[in-house]
Design a protein around this ligand. Structure first.
Ligand code: GAR
Length: 211
């Protein structure tokens, strides 16, 4: 056990070693894109007393999250579609790593049923719009913002929701709005949405795991 781990697990008091119960919760982050939300979650929980990101899962061997994971000393697993949907490899790894919660952060594949059943109400997704509008297959990143602007919406925002067997349809845990200004572009809206995501995802996870 390294020194940092020792500090977390033991209290030294009056030269007496008092065992502190290990109550860390482990998060797996599934991400395949730029990885800004994954980075935010890794950084936020790095110093958290009860929660750590301990696994990164991706389907993209070139995803930035792999680099992020390496920098942070976190294991990263790369899955292809067949491994992801037709084997128990991922589930086995999640169990070995004692994962308590899965946080999707720019992960586009539908989550297979056995995984949903193994983690009831413990898989979250973050979506860059106010669901139930602008969700579903293919509604990802800038495609979402383009549709919001084309529809002349005055508000957009983020939805953090539980994952079920359908795209973007699980129960909503938290939504936060932002204004769509006149002259808004997909790029400027993406910046606003990312800011909201980075400000809220870790807190939503923390509230869920520490309730
Ligand atoms: C985020 O904006 C997230 O809401 C979106 O992908 C982006 C990933 O950004 N997810 C979806 O659109 C899911 N349908 P990141 O890679 O910088 O975290």
């Amino acid at each position: 056990m390294d020194d940092q781990a020792k500090d977390r697990n033991y209290l030294f008091k009056y030269n007496t070693l008092i065992f502190r119960p290990v109550d860390m919760k482990n998060i797996a982050v599934f991400a395949s894109g730029e990885g800004s939300n994954a980075r935010q979650l890794i950084d936020y929980f790095k110093v958290h007393p009860h929660i750590r990101v301990t696994l990164i899962v991706t389907n993209n061997p070139k995803a930035k999250v792999i680099e992020l994971a390496n920098e942070a000393g976190i294991s990263a697993l790369i899955f292809n579609k067949q491994q992801f949907t037709e084997t128990t490899q991922l589930l086995d790894e999640l169990r070995i790593k004692k994962i308590d919660l899965i946080a999707l952060a720019g992960f586009l594949w539908l989550i297979p049923n056995p995984l949903i059943k193994a983690f009831p109400n413990k898989i979250l997704n973050i979506h860059p719009a106010l669901l139930p509008k602008y969700g579903g297959k293919g509604m990802y990143g800038s495609a979402v913002h383009k549709a919001v602007i084309a529809d002349k919406e005055t508000y957009s925002g983020i939805s953090i929701h539980f994952v079920n067997e359908k795209y973007d349809e699980g129960q909503i845990l938290l939504q936060v709005k932002c204004q769509v200004d006149s002259g808004e572009t997909t790029e400027s809206l993406a910046v606003k949405i990312h800011q909201l995501e980075h400000a809220n995802y870790a807190h939503a996870i923390e509230d869920l795991l520490c309730e």
